[in-house]
Design a protein around this ligand. Structure first.
Ligand code: ADE
Length: 246
């Protein structure tokens, strides 16, 4: 997969993404990360890429010309018109199934805005998907692009090692992940649950599944509505009184 990021802060995006697992994937040739500096396509001698909004109002708006040229510098090299993702709080809220769908694309362009946004005309011309990472406002699209790219890239085959598999984890089956423990067996008086030391895989699986269901019910009851839970698990939830813990 090739991620092309159109941004005014290429170093920020590359430094963040190349740390750790995605950097390793890039070295292995499974993933490529390219940051294109929109400022390189400025159309004036001061290297400016923004101007005051028509109609008045606060802040500056990114001009369409540099954004379009930055886009063309990537799109012209590709054989197929790529999806162009604009990071904006006005977009569809990102989730795991969107990550799964996007991870199947060969090339993706991410467009990061700054200031008061980007001239609407160029957005109409090039953007295929508007994505938000949540109902809050960031100073720019870079952090949002990094979040989206990280979650997409880790689903590309080979990016994670087998033992980091993305298959059985939080949001698998719309359930949150069960709690994990490692050595030591006792930490500041707190013991690892006995069942995990028992070596009985059936009981371990049963306990983990129950923990997933309970955690989801406590923290994200909205997800539980989408999950497939058994009658027995529903009964289990009825026996727990979450109010006491709040
Ligand atoms: N740009 C600014 N805020 C954002 C958000 N919440 N999601 C995506 N892009 C953004």
């Amino acid at each position: 997969m090739n991620c092309h990021i159109l941004t005014l802060f290429p170093q920020m995006v590359l430094d963040g993404l190349r740390t750790s697992i995605l950097g390793r994937a890039e070295e292995k040739g499974i993933l490529s990360l390219e940051a294109v500096n929109i400022r390189d396509f400025s159309e004036n001698k001061h290297n400016r890429v923004d101007d005051a909004p028509y109609g008045g109002g606060a802040g500056l708006v990114m001009q369409p010309g540099p954004v379009y040229s930055a886009y063309r510098s990537v799109a012209d090299k590709l054989s197929k018109k790529p999806r162009v993702i604009y990071l904006t709080p006005q977009g569809r809220v990102f989730n795991q199934s969107m990550a799964e769908e996007l991870s199947k694309e060969e090339d993706l362009i991410f467009l990061c805005g700054h200031y008061e946004g980007i001239d609407e005309r160029v957005l109409e011309m090039i953007v295929t998907d508007n994505i938000s990472i949540g109902d809050y406002v960031l100073t720019g699209g870079e952090l949002a692009a990094m979040v989206v790219i990280d979650s997409i890239a880790r689903l590309v085959p080979g990016v994670l090692h087998n033992d980091e598999s993305a298959e059985f984890e939080t949001f698998h089956d719309s359930l949150l992940e069960y709690p994990q423990y490692t050595r030591p067996e006792e930490f500041m008086g707190k013991k690892v649950p006995q069942v995990l030391l028992s070596g009985h895989h059936g009981n371990v699986d049963k306990w983990r599944r129950e923990q997933s269901v309970i955690r989801t019910a406590k923290a994200r009851p909205d997800l539980l509505a989408k999950a497939e839970i058994t009658e027995k698990e529903k009964e289990l939830l009825k026996t727990l009184d979450f109010q006491k813990e709040i």
